[in-house]
Structures are given as C-alpha cells and as structure tokens.
Design a protein around this ligand. Sequence first.
Ligand SMILES: Cc1cc2nc3c(=O)[nH]c(=O)nc-3n(C[C@H](O)[C@H](O)[C@H](O)COP(=O)(O)O)c2cc1C
Length: 424
Amino acid sequence: MTTLLRIDASAQQQDRSLTRMLTTLFTTEFLHANPDAKVIVRDIGQDPVPAIDHRFIHAAFTPPEEREDWMTDRLALSDALIDEVVAADIIVMGAPMYNYGMPAALKGWIDHIARIGRTFSFDLARGDFPIEPILKGKHLVVLSSRGEFGFQPGGPRAHLNALDPAIAACAHYFGVDTANIQTIAIEYQEFKDARHDRSVTAAKDATRALAQQFARSAKQTISHLTDQSRNKDKTMKDFPTHTLDSAPADAKPILQAALKGYGFMPNLYATMAEAPTILEGYTTLSAIFSKTDLSETERQIILMTNNRLNGCKYCMAAHTTLSQMGGVPDDVITALRNDTPIADRKLEALRQFAVVINESRGWPTDAQIEHFLQAGYTRQTVLEVILGTALKTLSNYTNHIAETDLDPAFVANAWPASSAQAAE
Ligand SMILES: Cc1cc2nc3c(=O)[nH]c(=O)nc-3n(C[C@H](O)[C@H](O)[C@H](O)COP(=O)(O)O)c2cc1C
C-alpha cells in the first residue's frame, strides 16, 4: 500500500488558498485512481510547528540513551513528524512563496525533520561532506503559488527564488533525491488577470496528470518508489535507446538519415526507433510541417509553445538549439522559454493561439479565432497550428514516457520543466 503524506503550509484557510486547492486536487485524484492508498495529513499552516530553541537543540544532540525526560518530551513532536515522513512513499507539499522564500511554518517543520540519528548521520571521517541522509527513495511533489511570476531558472525573477532551492537543499532529510522532486507552481496571483487564469488552469491540469501518473506507478509496483535513482526508474520503464545495430530493420534507414543530417543520433529518434511507425510518422510529419508557408520563427513558436505547455524538457532544449541554428531571434527564443510575451504583435498572436489550441484541446472560441485572423493569419494557419500541435504530441509524449536523456548537443540549452512552472 502506498502512503501519501500531505503537508499544507499556507497560512490561509482552504477557501482562500491556491496551494491548498492544488494539494486537495492531487490527493483526490490520487485516491480516486488508487483507493487503497493511505493519506497522512499534516496541516502546518493552520497548526504551526513551534520554532526550535536551545532546549530542542540540546535534546536533539544528546544521544538517546542519555536523554532526560524533558528532552524526550521536547523531541516528541519532532519524532511524530519524522514518523510520518518515514511512513510516506510520496510527500505532497503545498508551499506558497512568502517573501521570496518558504513560509515560516514550513521552515519550522523542516527544522523538526532534520534530526541527527533519525534523518541524517554525521561523521567527520567522511571528510568535507560529513552529513549523510538516512531516509531514501521517497518522492516529493511541491505544489506552489506565487503572486509574481518568472521564478523558474532562466526566468526574470530566478535570482529572487529562495523557495525552490531551499526545499531542494533540504529534501535529502525527507529521503528525497533532487531528481525525484516535481514542482508545479501557479504564478501571477497578484495580477489577477488572464495570465493568472491560464496559470491556474495549467497548474490544475499538471497536478491532475501528476497524481494520476503516481497512482498508476503505485498500482503497478511500489518498488520503484523505494529506489532513489532516476536511472532505476528508467530501467523499470524499459524503453531502450537504440543504436543502428539494435534498432528494428524498418527504423534503420530513418536513423541513418538522421545521423547524416544531425551529425549524431538524437536520443529522441533512437528512442522512437523501438516503434518504427512512430519514428516514420514523426520524421514525415516534421518534413511536411516545414513545407507550410510559415517562417522558421513561426514554426518554432508553435512547436516550442507545445513543448513548454507539455513540460517536455528534451524538446525544449532541442528546439532552443534548432531555433538558434535556424536564425529565430533571441528575444523570441527567450519569450518561448520563459512564457513571456513576444514584442512583435503578430508573432505574439501566434504564440497565444498555439496556447489556446493546446490548452483547449482544440476547442478555441469564435472570438479567439477571430482575434488570430485579425492579427494577420488565415484559416490555413489555424489548421497548421493543429499540425504543429500534433507533431509535438508524438515527441513530447514519447519523451515523457521514456525520460529521454538530453543529447550533449542540447545540454547547453537545458530547460528545467520538472520544476515546471506550470507557467500561464
Ligand atoms: C505574507 C505573504 C508574502 C508573500 N510574498 C510573496 C513574494 O515574495 N513573492 C511572490 O511572488 N508572492 C508573494 N506572495 C503571494 C503568494 O505567494 C500568493 O498569494 C500565493 O497564492 C499564496 O499561496 P496560498 O494561496 O496557498 O495561500 C506573498 C503572500 C503573502 C501572504
């Protein structure tokens, strides 16, 4: 049986808290798909953990066999909180941004979890890195909300983000390897405009999808939850990265052509090769998409917008590189990576329409189509946006499932979608 530990750190009550809305959604979805799961709820926003003091520190650093009664009493809450973490396979944490960092309640909780002898050991024999975590193999889902926007790496406020890095720095105390942290964040809360509305919708969709994904994994086996290695996860999923030798016969000519064209074998192609049909479908559709009347910049706007919304790290990095090689202006690439408006009015209308097609699952309103046409596009372009969206469905979904590794050629343009600012 899988155990989910739900932590809520918002000082607001349920009806006024976006992070509580997301933790509720995650928990409900998870339980719906996995009714046997156990849920532990720890509401540190409504019932804050007291700050640690000199008595706590004295007690914590006294070996258990030497503790006086008051010390045991002082550590009782910490022990109970740690027991909850020990029992958990997945920790879902509602963590709003307060003054660019974490709420004091969350810091108080972490201070109670980080305990020598219970969640970490300390040994100077290990040289410059004497701390070693004790717990292992857990997953952390951070569901956040911010009043402003652009806190993701590379974003305009990345340098102000003292929340996500602080959680990641302490995650080993909860038995969570940084590769096993997934972050979804609502942004623009203070602006209360259409960008905020879109951010809420995207965060809800991402939260639902993640809960279902965890529930599915939990049903198949929980053994992967007890392994902290991301590569082990990949092995469980067992999607090979083919070579020319190992690939099925029908995939070989396509891989050979890719090798010639790129000068290396992109891991996406090597992964798709497992099913030569999807490889042929993807490469053929790519070639057809480049036959449209759209410029290279316009094509990349459609593709990159889908990559971002679908949270595909591989395709974000790959298409950033391809955009740079294809002469897409730097400011457009930056806007596509950071989900900020493109200065050119017409290109921005295309970006927005690609968002609408993706998020509405192909149900734009008449007003949205009209707005797009008025920006200077045609009914033909409306359908070509669908073509680009379909193309990216093939690659993005493949990468989601296979966890395709970035090729060295794309590493410089890595895009951190797992801290997926469920941007706009
Ligand atoms: C005390 C306080 C401090 C905040 N500080 C920031 C901040 O530094 N940066 C930011 O983008 N938003 C900030 N906000 C906005 C919150 O992140 C935003 O309202 C979020 O939705 C709060 O989460 P909740 O809705 O779950 O309570 C702050 C809000 C409060 C109440």
